[in-house]
Ligand binder design. Sequence first.
Ligand code: SF4
Length: 326
Amino acid sequence: MHPFSFTKVASTRDALNAGLRGGRYIAGGTTLVDLMRETVERPETLVDITGLPLHRITVTERGGLRIGALVRMAEAAADSRVRTTFPVISQALELSASAQLRNMATVGGNIMQRTRCTYFRDVTAACNKREPGSGCAALEGVNRTHAILGASGDCVATHPSDVAVAFAALDASVHLLGPDGQRSVPVTGFLLRPGSTPNREHALRKGELITAVEIPAHPRPLKSGYLKVRDRQSYEFALTSAAVALHVRGGVIREAKVAAGGVGTVPWKLPAVERHLIGERPSDALWTEASERAADGARPLEHNRFKVELLKRTDERQLRIVGGNR
Ligand code: SF4
């Protein structure tokens, strides 16, 4: 492991100052420490931010939820307000990682976790994300788990977070604090597609800190849930996943929020599916028709063509689970 210094900060001001000097924030450390062991990451300074007051979950004035960046995954999943208002979030969290990791990892860190592309974690392989300009071993290599949506000629890695898919579906925003003050960015704009700079993965500016994720209020009742399809039923990343939230009033779907995981370079919103659902009456035929649009624009690689059909079926099944058999 590369030598590094370690400092623990007690105030956000100290954290921002340390971040501005190039320090890397660390909380649960469940991604970063792994990557440091593998020498994929070589920070000079780690800044422990676990002492900052970002551990609360609060209901917003309008009835949404604000989840502090340092809330542990397990805490957020178990929170009664999260479970009753947005079950899609608690389900996505509970289907992530392992119980031990969920007890350590934070919500902010979960969004920031890095790809599981094996070539990214193999420092002998070409990888534009790890070493810009070196190439992409996945393009001609084993790319079964890689992205079919949002990829570029420079990187085809998926974003691994489950809960970020639920956040994207619900139009959540990431609250940031930096030397220039506070700002808020939609989750879908915070995480960046690779383009020609796959090493740039998020919209954080130098020294900025994630303080919370805010989920806006949605009309109620809102039924929601998360389905994850993977090679084994625990401790595995998604081949495909679907986050679905539906508001039905008077027998008609008034609001539909749908996103997919395991298929995109970022959590992938499915606006064509949402448009097809809104204004319609729930039915089995509707779930099937809407899901036909889930893979619009997909560009599969040699080994992951199966994801196109699997994505549609995952989406259809989750629409049926949330919206009901009709
Ligand atoms: Fe690296 Fe992205 Fe290619 Fe994987 S897919 S090897 S992360 S550039």
